[in-house]
Design a protein around this ligand. Structure first.
Ligand code: NI
Length: 185
């Protein structure tokens, strides 16, 4: 089932997600629904707070960001109760967007490499070292379960220039191709 994506301005996007246990009700269905929702909206990542669940769960599929000529293949994965153990390497800029903030794309600087521990959808413990675009997507989604949005990484002046557009998004005054829930509509 495709779920509505919560738009900018909803308090759920600002909460720190709670850890979950293996017996979290409806977990497997929620994960399937999140993949369906992400694919429908052509996203490469989706975090549970974006579908109105304040829990430490996010999914990514960075495989579509690469083509056959690239050395990397990308990663399709479920991250539960993730912890970033280390971030390293040079900060690099990349134009990010977010399904909860449609129509806005801005350069965000993040470190290149990431060591992350998490549980997968079967609750097997995993540790992975990620780099480049896949690390980027994970860093963006991990921020969501901490209540952080990509626009928070912008310089204050840049962010203030976006203020009225962000306000319009929260009111539903934005053109979007997928189902959303607007907090001020
Ligand atoms: Ni996002």
């Amino acid at each position: 089932m495709v779920l509505p994506i919560v738009a900018y301005g909803d308090p759920v996007l600002r909460r720190t997600g709670a850890e979950i246990k293996k017996d979290y009700p409806g977990l497997q269905q929620l994960i399937d629904d999140m993949f369906e929702t992400m694919e429908k909206s052509k996203g490469v990542g989706l975090a549970a707070p974006q579908v109105n669940k304040s829990i430490r769960l996010f999914i990514i599929d960075s495989s579509k960001m690469f083509d056959e000529e690239d050395k990397e293949e990308g990663l399709r994965e479920v991250f539960i109760n993730a912890k970033i153990i280390d971030e390293s390497g040079d900060e690099w800029g990349y134009e990010e967007g977010c399904l909860s903030i449609p129509g806005i794309r801005e350069d965000v600087y993040r470190e290149e490499t990431l060591l992350i521990q998490y549980y997968d959808r079967d609750f097997n413990f995993q540790e992975k070292k990620l780099t480049g675009l896949t690390a980027r997507v994970v860093q963006h989604e991990f921020d969501h379960i901490e209540g952080i949005l990509f626009i928070d990484h912008l310089k204050p002046l840049r962010k203030s220039l976006l203020k009225s557009r962000l306000e319009n998004i929260s009111k539903g005054k934005v053109s979007v191709e997928y189902k959303m829930k607007f907090p001020k509509k």
